[in-house]
Design a binder for this molecule. Structure first.
Ligand SMILES: *[C@@H]1O[C@H](CO)[C@@H](O)[C@H](O)[C@H]1NC(C)=O
Ligand SMILES: *[C@@H]1O[C@H](CO)[C@@H](O)[C@H](O)[C@H]1NC(C)=O
Ligand SMILES: *[C@@H]1O[C@H](CO)[C@@H](O)[C@H](O)[C@H]1NC(C)=O
Ligand SMILES: *[C@@H]1O[C@H](CO)[C@@H](O)[C@H](O)[C@H]1NC(C)=O
Ligand SMILES: *[C@@H]1O[C@H](CO)[C@@H](O)[C@H](O)[C@H]1NC(C)=O
Ligand SMILES: *[C@@H]1O[C@H](CO)[C@@H](O)[C@H](O)[C@H]1NC(C)=O
Ligand SMILES: *[C@@H]1O[C@H](CO)[C@@H](O)[C@H](O)[C@H]1NC(C)=O
Ligand SMILES: *[C@@H]1O[C@H](CO)[C@@H](O)[C@H](O)[C@H]1NC(C)=O
Length: 832
């Protein structure tokens, strides 16, 4: 009894001592290392791979074939003794590992084929899978040694790995590892690159490490990595080796709060980098690119490792980072994330589904005056994500380039209104479901700006009231005053494109050729400062194709300058009246309304707390070169009602003629105030007149009152823009009028949500489109008519058809592809 106790105590002390001596390293709870086919333990990189017979209790296999190479010198094979022996599987075989701590685990499989008796491993062809995922299928290793690394979150008590030879073939394995991964290594979130946004769900994904690269340095071997990973040099991947050069300062590497840890990557990775070989030319402007082989049909998690070992001081290095043609981080200034030089930092991005078998990663300078062009990358990991079949095998790639077209083709071949009708109904339901899902996803998180990579730094908690400008400036959007002066030809008066309460708006061109709109605030106004801060805060957190994007700002010398993307076609207002621009068609107007409704809907739902714009009007809806609408001017925006209750005395703000009467009366702000203002915009778009026109007879002065009068009488057509007369399909006008009317309901609770408004406008567009395709009285119209009851109440229909059966992936709020396009295709095909 005593002896037992003593032994226990002894074990405890020993493990305690071991823990403290290893305190900097990770101690995996599950740690299975097996040297297959070997009769002895094998020590590799200070880890012991146990002899095969010690693992026999884990394996069930039809036949024990332990293969030993007859070449004695292991150096002939590779530098690892693990390759000297192998286990051959002549039939389906299973390893069952008990998992003591659920979470992500690495599975590393070592293969090196050789010939043993009648078994020629070079021709082995087999599959490897776990309970939930296919890791390899149709797999062969013909010559050199191969290590395949996978990681997956194991939540069951056992991990079962099955080796299945193809018909008339065998499977083999030289060594296997199943090892716990630190929980923090791979989080659930990353960023998407196109459209830029948030990615969630990594925890449930199986990953395969496809490439793990140490930029600008040699191979880093497992014993120089706390997690026994191998990092290979980047030379062979460089597209133009001459464009790049090595940098190294391993001793300088620091791991700081908010940045990466030793486990993310070792100092030998962070301490070397590949940088631009600018050969002391201050005008250098080129990219350093790498190309990696990948399998088509999969998404990849790309982890960038950065550590500024090249700068002499902070805020000296600005560069852009690209994946394929997409810019994923513009003007990356590492010092804004980790406020120290040589501090390790990483960022995670998920690619779009690969359509090419090359993945290109590039870095290039962000050229602003006064900074020396350079760009660096210290390390890179590319991990394949399992596809919708749960597989990581290229043989199972889901190549799905034209799901939308397939729907069209399919419908086209099926003649008969009934089937089209059913399909259309399903599409509507899926659309609703997707929108709901998208909304749910969005309401859980918000989409950070694209410059905030990875999960190192916190953009979180930025929403507190005490946000200061310096906190915001961490985002790295700050542009030097000199650059703004240069862009606007020193605030050339002839470059002024607008004047507002806040100040003047200039057209400008940045040194990289980007056209911008530069809003320069009046430095004296205190109110202006608050709005300036709000606007930066809002715009840097929200990124959406229907919200105007902020390119940068400048607060040097008490300036309050905001720099936005340039919107070629100016305001919606200018296209409606008063500026002599050609009048827009009804379809164009509807599309603009839909676009701006999307932008507002995103503001209201895209973040845990609704953001209320508070100044929705036609002058704040801007149009790009394709007349695509973007909502602008966030100076008055506020987060939802909760925050406002602490500010009961908030002065009523907004623009006369658009102001929600309920807000005016009760001073209580909700998203429904934006809905009201948007309703006024809808009438403005339809009637093409100012919302307040004092020159008109009294009852006509206020557009909202005037239009509501005619709408209630059912005679809205009497007051529409004369250039639209006879061009709007009555159904479309009716839907549009009803939508605007609901927006203008006296009480907020009676008004629809922006999402409903969006839906109704899409529908109004659809009603308009249907007639353009001819046969106004024919079945196409009837189809719409019969669908409408469904349209109005599909709420939570429990259709058993799953979204994947009908990959209508383009029909997604965020993708910006209009539902109407898909739907009109159905209507058209049906008419054939
Ligand atoms: C091999 O390693 C295992 C586990 O570490 C140990 O129990 C066993 O005694 C070792 N065998 C030999 C032959 O060293
Ligand atoms: C070694 O393997 C080869 C087949 O590759 C075989 O021909 C030879 O007899 C083997 N030698 C010994 C010593 O087993
Ligand atoms: C594993 O997955 C479960 C359920 O999806 C999740 O709760 C858990 O956080 C995950 N753990 C890790 C370490 O990924
Ligand atoms: C094993 O297979 C490889 C690939 O087919 C072939 O080149 C090699 O000659 C084979 N070796 C033996 C001993 O059959
Ligand atoms: C950079 O380092 C790698 C690995 O250490 C080496 O192979 C390569 O030649 C170096 N390149 C240059 C330009 O010095
Ligand atoms: C790798 O680790 C070994 C010993 O563990 C050490 O001697 C060597 O310097 C390390 N290599 C690098 C590049 O740090
Ligand atoms: C760098 O690469 C990106 C993406 O391919 C490209 O858009 C950009 O023009 C390149 N920059 C230069 C200077 O070549
Ligand atoms: C990957 O597999 C998981 C199940 O573990 C699944 O939930 C997920 O949707 C799959 N990934 C994709 C992209 O379908």
């Amino acid at each position: 009894m005593m002896g037992y106790r003593k032994a226990e105590l002894f074990t405890w002390v020993v493990s305690f001592l071991c823990l403290s001596c290893l305190s900097s390293g990770f101690n995996p709870v599950d740690n299975y290392l097996i040297d297959c086919g070997s009769s002895t333990n094998t020590s590799v990189d200070s880890r012991v791979f146990i002899a095969d017979n010690l693992a026999s209790n884990l394996l069930s296999t039809p036949q024990d074939v332990l293969a030993k190479s007859n070449l004695t010198s292991i150096t002939l094979f590779s530098d690892s003794p693990l390759y000297q022996t192998a286990r051959v599987f002549t039939g389906s075989s299973k390893y069952t590992f008990s998992i003591h701590q659920s979470g992500r685990h690495w599975i590393r499989l070592y293969f090196y084929p050789f010939v043993y008796k009648s078994y020629n491993m070079s021709v082995a062809n087999f599959a490897v899978s776990t309970q939930d995922h296919v890791l390899l299928s149709n797999f062969r290793v013909t010559s050199a040694a191969v290590v395949k690394e996978f990681s997956l979150n194991v939540t069951s008590n056992d991990l079962v790995i099955t080796f299945t030879p193809s018909a008339n073939s065998i499977a083999f394995l030289n060594a296997i590892e199943v090892v716990s991964v630190p929980d923090a290594l791979i989080s659930d979130d990353a960023h998407t690159i196109s459209p830029a946004g948030d990615f969630q769900g990594l925890l449930s994904m199986a990953l395969e490490t496809v490439w793990r690269v140490n930029m600008g340095g040699p191979t880093v071997t497992p014993n120089n990595d706390t997690l026994w990973r191998t990092w290979i040099p980047d030379q062979r991947f460089l597209v133009q080796p001459n464009a790049a050069t090595n940098a190294s300062n391993i001793a300088a590497v620091k791991y700081v709060k908010g940045g990466a840890t030793q486990d993310t990557a070792p100092p030998t990775v962070y301490g070397t980098a590949t940088e631009m070989n600018s050969a002391n030319n201050p005008n250098s402007n080129f990219n350093v690119s790498w190309e990696f082989d990948v399998d088509v049909g999969f998404e990849y998690l790309v982890r960038f490792h950065f550590c500024d070992i090249v700068s002499a001081s902070l805020n000296e290095l600005y560069f852009n980072v690209y994946i394929d043609p997409w810019i994923v981080v513009r003007e990356l200034d590492l010092s804004t994330y980790v406020n120290e030089l040589a501090a390790a930092y990483y960022m995670d991005y998920v690619t779009v589904t690969a359509v090419s078998n090359k993945l290109r990663i590039s870095i290039g300078p962000y050229t602003i005056k006064g900074t020396y062009p350079n760009a660096i990358l210290n390390g890179l990991e590319i991990m394949k994500l399992n596809n919708s079949k749960g597989s990581l095998s290229a043989a199972d790639a889901v190549i799905n380039s034209s799901s939308k077209k397939n729907v069209g083709v399919m419908v086209g071949t099926i003649i008969g209104a009934f089937i089209a009708l059913v399909l259309a109904g399903i599409l509507f339901m899926l659309f609703r479901k997707r929108r709901r899902l998208a909304r749910q996803r969005l309401s859980k998180t918000w989409i950070p700006i694209s410059t905030n990579g990875g999960n190192s730094q916190s953009m979180v908690s930025k929403y507190s009231n005490g946000t200061t400008l310096s906190a915001i400036s961490n985002i790295g959007y700050r542009i030097p005053f000199a650059a703004v002066q240069e862009a606007t030809n020193n605030f050339d008066e002839s470059w002024v494109i607008g004047i507002g309460g806040f100040g003047k708006v200039y057209k400008g061109v940045l040194s990289d050729g980007t056209k911008v709109a530069v809003k320069r605030g009046n430095p004296r106004s205190q109110q202006g400062l608050a709005e300036f801060q709000t606007e930066i805060e809002m715009l840097s957190q929200f990124r959406h194709r229907h919200l105007v994007s902020l390119i940068g700002y400048c607060d040097e010398k008490n300036e309050m300058i905001l720099i936005y993307e340039y919107m070629e076609n100016g305001t919606l207002k200018s296209h409606l009246y008063g500026s002599g621009l050609p009048s827009m068609s009804w379809k164009e107007r509807l599309e603009i309304c839909i676009g701006s409704a999307r932008g507002l809907h995103y503001l209201h739902t895209g973040y845990a707390k609704a953001v209320i714009h508070r100044d929705v009007k036609s002058a704040n809806i801007l149009l790009d070169e394709n007349l695509m609408a973007k909502v602008a001017d966030f100076g008055l925006s506020k987060t939802g009602p909760e925050i406002d209750q602490t500010h009961v005395s908030t002065a009523v703000k907004g623009s006369f003629g658009y102001l929600d009467p309920e807000y005016f009366r009760r001073q209580q702000l909700t998203e429904k105030s934006d809905v009201y203002s948007f309703g006024v915009v809808l009438f403005e778009v339809l009637c093409a007149r100012p919302v307040i026109d004092p020159s008109l007879p009294r009852e006509m002065v206020n557009l909202a009152e005037w239009a509501m009068k005619w709408q209630k009488r059912g005679q809205l057509d009497q007051i529409i823009d004369s250039s639209l007369v006879g061009k709007i399909r009555p159904d479309s006008l009716r839907k549009f009028g009803e939508t605007a009317e609901k927006c203008l309901a006296d009480f907020g609770v009676d008004r629809p949500s922006m999402g409903d408004v969006l839906w109704n406008l899409e529908y109004a567009l659809q009603l308009q489109e249907a007639v353009i395709d001819g046969d106004p009285e024919e079945n196409s119209t009837n189809l719409i008519g019969e669908l409408s009851p469904q349209v109005n109440n599909f709420g939570d229909s429990n259709t058993s058809i799953s979204a994947t059966q009908f990959e209508v992936s383009a029909v997604d709020d965020l993708s910006g592809v209009s539902m109407s396009k898909v739907f009109s295709q159905l209507v058209k095909s049906e008419g054939r």
